[in-house]
Design a protein around this ligand. Structure first.
Ligand SMILES: Nc1ncnc2c1ncn2[C@@H]1O[C@H](COP(=O)(O)OP(=O)(O)OP(=O)(O)O)[C@@H](O)[C@H]1O
Ligand SMILES: [Mg+2]
Length: 438
C-alpha cells in the first residue's frame, strides 16, 4: 500500500463520520436527545485523528512535495491548508454549541444546522483532495518523492501514524461506534476498552490444510484446497458468492464433512475429529449470519461459547468480552434476539472468543452492518490481531479484508486461484478487476 492510498482510506473514514454526524443531526431535529458523550467522542476523534495526525501528515509530506513538483497546485493547497489551520477553532465552537444545546441554551434546530455546516465543509475539503490533489500528486511525484513519502508512512514507530498512534485511534473510534445511537451504532451508554494488551507473536505454521475436498450430494464445492496459517497471522479468504468460502470454514470447524484431504492444527492431525473436539483444540468460529441463539440471553450465548472450557474461567473471560463491548453487559440478561444486527455481530465474535481460540474463524463479520459498524468490526479485528490472535477472515468486503491481512487467498469455484500478501493481492490487476471493483 502506498502513502496516498492510506490518505485516501483516512478520507473514506472521515466521510463516513461526516455522514454519521448528518444522520444524528437529523435525528435530534426529530426529537432525539443531544447525547453529549457521543458528540464528545466524535469531536475527540476528529481532534486527535484529523487535527493531530491527518492534516499534519498531509502538510508535511503530500502538500510539501506537491508544491515542489507542481507550482500550479499552490492555490488549491493554500486554501486547503487554511482549512487545516482553521479546523481546531471550528471544532471548539461546535463543542460549545452541543453543550449549550444540551443545557437548552441553543435550539436543536440551530445545532443541527451548525453540524451540517461543518460536514458540508468537511466533505468539500475531502472532495477537493480526492479529485484534484491526489491525482496531481500521482502524476507529478518523482521516484524520490514516492520513496520519501512511502518510507515515512510505513514507519511503525512514527508518533503521528505508527502502531501506537493507530491503537489510540482505534480506541477513539471504538468510543464513537459504542456510543452512537442504535440506528447507526451500538447504542451503548458506556465505552469499553479496545487497547492491545500483548505484543503480537508471529511464528510457526499453526494450521495446515492439504487437498481439502467437500461435497453437497454430487456437487463438489471444494476441489482440493491447500492453505496455511502461521501463528499470529491474519489470513483473508476472498472470492465471489458461491466460491466456497463458507463451506471451507465449516469443513475446517468440522460441521461439514470433508471427503478428502488433511487438516493439521499445531502439528496434530485433526482431520477425523468431531467438531466439538476441534473446538476444544482451539478452532472457534463466528459463523456467517452471526447465528446467535435468539431466545437465550446474551450471557447464556457467551457461556455456550465457553462450553469446552473449564468452568472457573467463564466469569473472567466474560468480563473481558464485556470490557470490549459494554453494550453486551448492559443487556446481558436480555434475549439475544432483541439485539440489533451490529450488537449480534459483536456477540457472535464474543462467543467465539469465549472458546479461547488458537485460531479464530470469522465468516463475513461485516455483512449487513451500518457503515460505522462495518468500520468498527475491522477495528475490532485489528485489535485482536494486535493482541496476537491468529485469524482466518472470510469477507465479501475484499479490500478491507486484504488491507488488514498479512496474507490472502483468492477462492474461485472451490479452488485457490491466487495467493500472496494482502498488499500483493490488492495490487494484483486480476484481483482489482474481479473483487475490488477497480
Ligand atoms: N447446503 C447446501 N446444499 C447444496 N449446495 C450448497 C449448500 N451450501 C452451499 N452450497 C453450494 O456450494 C457452493 C459454495 O457455497 P458457499 O456457501 O461455501 O460459498 P461462499 O463463498 O461462502 O458464498 P457467499 O459469498 O455467498 O457466502 C455454492 O455453489 C453453493 O451453491
Ligand atoms: Mg459464505
Amino acid at each position: 500500500m502506498d502513502a496516498l492510498t492510506l490518505i485516501s482510506q483516512d478520507h473514506s473514514n472521515l466521510w463516513r463520520l461526516a455522514t454519521t454526524i448528518d444522520q444524528v443531526a437529523s435525528e435530534i431535529e426529530h426529537g432525539a436527545a443531544v447525547e453529549q458523550a457521543f458528540f464528545a467522542s466524535v469531536f475527540d476523534y476528529i481532534e486527535q485523528f484529523v487535527d493531530r495526525s491527518h492534516h499534519p501528515k498531509e502538510d508535511d509530506y503530500l502538500f510539501r512535495l506537491l508544491r515542489l513538483r507542481n507550482p500550479d497546485a499552490a492555490a488549491v493547497l493554500d486554501s486547503l491548508q487554511t482549512e487545516h489551520r482553521d479546523g481546531p477553532a471550528k471544532l471548539s465552537t461546535l463543542r460549545l454549541r452541543v453543550a449549550e444545546a444540551a443545557r437548552g441554551q441553543f435550539t436543536v434546530g440551530l445545532l443541527a444546522e451548525a453540524l451540517r455546516d461543518y460536514t458540508v465543509g468537511l466533505k468539500a475539503h475531502i472532495r477537493t483532495e480526492e479529485k484534484s490533489v491526489l491525482p496531481l500528486a500521482r502524476s507529478s511525484f518523482l521516484d524520490a518523492d514516492w520513496a520519501e513519502i512511502n518510507h515515512a508512512f510505513l514507519d511503525n514507530k512514527d508518533p503521528l501514524f505508527g502502531d501506537k498512534a493507530n491503537a489510540e485511534f482505534r480506541q477513539l473510534y471504538h468510543r464513537i461506534a459504542s456510543l452512537a445511537p442504535e440506528s447507526i451504532g451500538l447504542g451503548a451508554s458506556s465505552v469499553g476498552d479496545l487497547q492491545a494488551s500483548a505484543a503480537p507473536a508471529q511464528g510457526e505454521v499453526i494450521l495446515r490444510v492439504q487437498g481439502m475436498e467437500s461435497c453437497y450430494g454430487r456437487i463438489k464445492a471444494l476441489k482440493g484446497i491447500s492453505l496455511e496459517v502461521r501463528r499470529g497471522e491474519t489470513v483473508a479468504l476472498v472470492g465471489a458468492n458461491g466460491a466456497g468460502k463458507t463451506t471451507f470454514l465449516r469443513t475446517l470447524s468440522g460441521v461439514q464433512p470433508m471427503s478428502a484431504g488433511r487438516i493439521h492444527l499445531d502439528g496434530q492431525d485433526i482431520s477425523k475429529l468431531r467438531s466439538d473436539l476441534r473446538m476444544r483444540c482451539g478452532i472457534c468460529q463466528s459463523p456467517e449470519g452471526r447465528q446467535v441463539f435468539g431466545p437465550l440471553s446474551i450471557e447464556d450465548n457467551l457461556k455456550l461459547g465457553a462450553y469446552t472450557q473449564p468452568r472457573h474461567q467463564t466469569e473472567g473471560d466474560m468480563e473481558k468480552i464485556f470490557t470490549m463491548f459494554p453494550i453486551l453487559k448492559e443487556k446481558r440478561a436480555l434475549p439475544a434476539g432483541t439485539l440489533s444486527g451490529g450488537q449480534q455481530q459483536m456477540l457472535a465474535i464474543g462467543r467465539a472468543l469465549m472458546g479461547r481460540p488458537k485460531l479464530l474463524l470469522l465468516d463475513e463479520p461485516s455483512m449487513g452492518l451500518a457503515p460505522l459498524l462495518v468500520e468498527e468490526v475491522f477495528n475490532v479485528i485489528k485489535t485482536l490481531k494486535a493482541q496476537g490472535m491468529t485469524i482466518l477472515l472470510v469477507e465479501q468486503n475484499a479490500f478491507a479484508a486484504l488491507a488488514i491481512a498479512d496474507r490472502g487467498y483468492v477462492l474461485e469455484t472451490g479452488t485457490v486461484t491466487l495467493t500472496g500478501t494482502g498488499q500483493e493481492l490488492i495490487s494484483n490487476e486480476q484481483v482489482r478487476a474481479a473483487y475490488l471493483g477497480m
